[in-house]
Ligand binder design. Structure first.
Ligand SMILES: Nc1ncnc2c1ncn2[C@@H]1O[C@H](COP(=O)(O)OP(=O)(O)O)[C@@H](O)[C@H]1O
Ligand SMILES: [Mg+2]
Length: 434
């Protein structure tokens, strides 16, 4: 309990695993935890308590992957605190407590802003999405003060600084504390509903579920589909008839791929060619007949799509356009991942399997990027993803794409909506009693 003028601070109730993970005595606290297990809220409590114990002029930092995400934590803290207890600087994203300590909310995307000051305690939220540069910068600000830090987040593969730090902490390095909190721990504490965990397990790729809910990094984090899962989907070219086509139009140097699925999700036709647009359009019209197709309409695709649509009307075929952006590509590839991991799709060995096996994803500060390694093609993967997406739509399978707080963090409106829902859920907590 800490008294500030006529206010008495009471810590909100944290569940034991959450409290022990965050309020450890060691200087470095590493927490790998499930999504929605209370990392952010718990650490906002921790940082506030550090500041309440501090002296006028001392700085306390909250660092998130991007500034907009830090801003959300800023809003969450403001909602907790009685208005008389702080002053704000909205452009700097600082909150000065009545004892004169200053809590700063910063984005790791502005690494330059992370140097220079003495910091008395810090939190790095969603650490696996923050660049190592940011950690190095924050670490330097804690040197003179010997300040403590909490490094929290979901696990994201094994190729990142937070994973390495967590392994050092887990192996018992001096002054480091490690905790893993799974969704089941949070469910025991009634912070997550068990049905939500079961739902996620049903709909997410197994490796993604293990990372997000069980805090277990995946082994083949670089291949989103899973090499074993790809191999299990290999089957001879299926019999028709085709019920849907996915078409990836060639860009400057690559191939046009047209791929058809039958009613059981088996690839029953696969064509790959290069040539002038007029030939490509005629060939697509001939291949698809009156079966509908989802067509990549990014960049050069638009006029080609229009021409297909115009000519297609005459023979009763439907061509729908799909624009690849980093977000839409992520979503459609996540749909393909689910289909492959649950073996809802089969394909012949060869080009498709080679492209799928060499496909990579990369976790970046702004989300997941799906891509073929430099020099390799991904047109068969894209055509397959388009066909699977159209197949799913046709079979009214709702493809649940992971959204909410763990959506690509560049999608700030989605993020803000998720966070504000979380905020409403907790606004009943009383931090201070008069
Ligand atoms: N100890 C707790 N008791 C009750 N609700 C909690 C507790 N900790 C967190 N929550 C709620 O759980 C939700 C997720 O918390 P959050 O800190 O955003 O999780 P994370 O950062 O791990 O994704 C929020 O709605 C929050 O209010
Ligand atoms: Mg969080």
């Amino acid at each position: 309990m800490q008294t500030q003028k006529n206010h008495t601070y009471t810590r909100p109730v944290l569940y034991p695993k959450q409290r022990d993970a965050i309020f450890c005595k060691e200087r470095y606290g590493l927490i790998e935890a499930s999504t929605k297990s209370g990392k952010t809220v718990g650490c906002i409590v921790w940082l506030t308590e550090q500041a309440l114990r501090g002296e006028a002029g001392q700085n306390f930092w909250w660092v998130a992957p991007i500034r907009d995400q830090a801003k959300i934590a800023f809003k969450r803290l403001r909602k907790f605190m009685p208005r008389q207890l702080y002053t704000l600087n909205l452009s700097e994203l600082t909150l000065t407590l009545s004892n004169g300590t200053i809590i700063w909310f910063k984005g790791a995307d502005h690494a330059d802003s992370l140097y220079g000051e003495d910091v008395f305690a810090a939190v790095i939220d969603e650490a696996t999405r923050c660049k190592e540069d940011a950690w190095i910068a924050v670490r330097s600000t804690l040197t003179a003060t010997n300040g403590p830090i909490r490094i929290i987040g979901n696990v994201k593969g094994r190729k990142n600084w937070a994973y390495r730090m967590a392994r050092r902490a887990e192996s018992g390095a001096p002054d480091m504390h490690y905790a893993r909190i799974t969704a089941h721990d949070a469910a025991d504490a009634k912070v997550i509903a068990r049905t939500e965990i079961e739902d996620a397990e049903r709909h997410l790729p197994a490796s993604v579920f293990r990372e997000l809910y069980l805090a277990e990094p995946s082994d083949d984090a670089a291949n989103p589909f899973g090499v074993d899962a790809i191999n299990k989907c290999i089957a001879p070219l299926s019999n028709g008839p085709a019920v849907v086509w996915g078409i990836d139009l060639a860009k400057s140097s690559d191939w046009t791929v047209a791929l058809a699925l039958n009613a059981h999700g088996g690839v029953c036709d696969f064509e790959r060619w290069q040539g002038p647009w007029e030939d490509t359009i005629s060939k697509i019209i001939r291949l698809t007949g009156n079966v509908s197709a989802l067509v990549d309409s990014t960049g050069v695709g638009d006029p080609v799509l229009e021409s297909l649509q115009k000519r297609g009307r005459e023979q009763g075929s439907r061509y729908e356009g799909f624009k690849f952006s980093s977000t839409s590509k992520q979503q459609i590839m996540e749909g393909l991942t689910v289909a492959i991991q649950q073996r809802h799709v089969t394909f012949p060995d060869g080009v498709i399997v080679n492209e799928l096996s060499s496909f990579e994803f990369e976790y970046t500060r702004t989300g997941v990027r799906y891509t073929a390694p430099a020099g390799l093609h991904d047109d068969a993967v894209c055509a397959l993803a388009l066909a699977v997406s159209a197949w799913n739509a046709m079979h009214k399978h709702t493809l649940r794409i992971w959204g909410g707080e763990d959506a690509a963090v560049d999608d700030t409106s989605k993020l803000a909506a998720a966070e504000s829902a979380a905020l409403d859920a907790i606004s009943s907590d009383r931090w201070f009693t008069r």
